[in-house]
Ligand binder design. Sequence first.
Ligand SMILES: O=C[C@H](O)COP(=O)(O)O
Length: 255
Amino acid sequence: MRHPLVMGNWKLNGSKHMTEELIAGLRKELSGVEGCGVAIAPPALYLGQAKHAISGSHIALGAQNVDVNLSGAFTGETSADMLKDIGAKYIIIGHSERRTYHKESDEFIAKKFAVLKAAGLVPVLCIGETDAENEAGKTEEVCARQIDAVLETQGAEAFQGAVIAYEPVWAIGTGKSATPAQAQAVHKFIRDHIAKKDAAVAAQVIIQYGGSVNDKNAAELFTQPDIDGALVGGASLKADAFAVIVKAAAAAKNA
Ligand SMILES: O=C[C@H](O)COP(=O)(O)O
């Protein structure tokens, strides 16, 4: 049986003060909430501080990126081994902001997926279509291509224990979330696509929805059978809003 996972992607936001305050707020708001995995992905610079601040809680540590190299002359990068060493577990790769601003290709992202699996970390593979691709009816084609980069090089078993985040680019930070029915249709397509290779792996893979998830729309999204929690951007920066989203996922799981 799958458990939902709600993960906060802080993106390029934070400070020592904010990390302390936000995690303290989350610990208070989420105490006693069960049935939903919770993770936060602060900027790399604050991972050590965040690890210390979540100690003894159910909140897991995540990160926003990883390099394909494990060590050496790669200025400015962070390796999978370093993320593991600091205590991170869920690592976001393929976010549309990195695909767009850093020109990351499907093949490059697939390499990151492999590096994370080899290190025993959990890839959170972000996929999703742009507005233009959506308008052109290419949503399924784009999602399939982004998944196939991993599926065809590492096999379906690579998705065992992994997380996929379906994030339509047009919904990210726009306040315009996909409707529950729209998101469910794509999530089902993604699961069925993996099931063509391995039904058991497809049944267990967590598929999060991401894109303008907030404390108002989360509960309805989580009623959908193939939506297993969320990757949350803006609303993860407020402890009360993020906690409402986590509680909605836990309630949907326990319903
Ligand atoms: O990683 C998170 C997503 O990009 C969603 O961001 P958002 O919740 O601010 O729309």
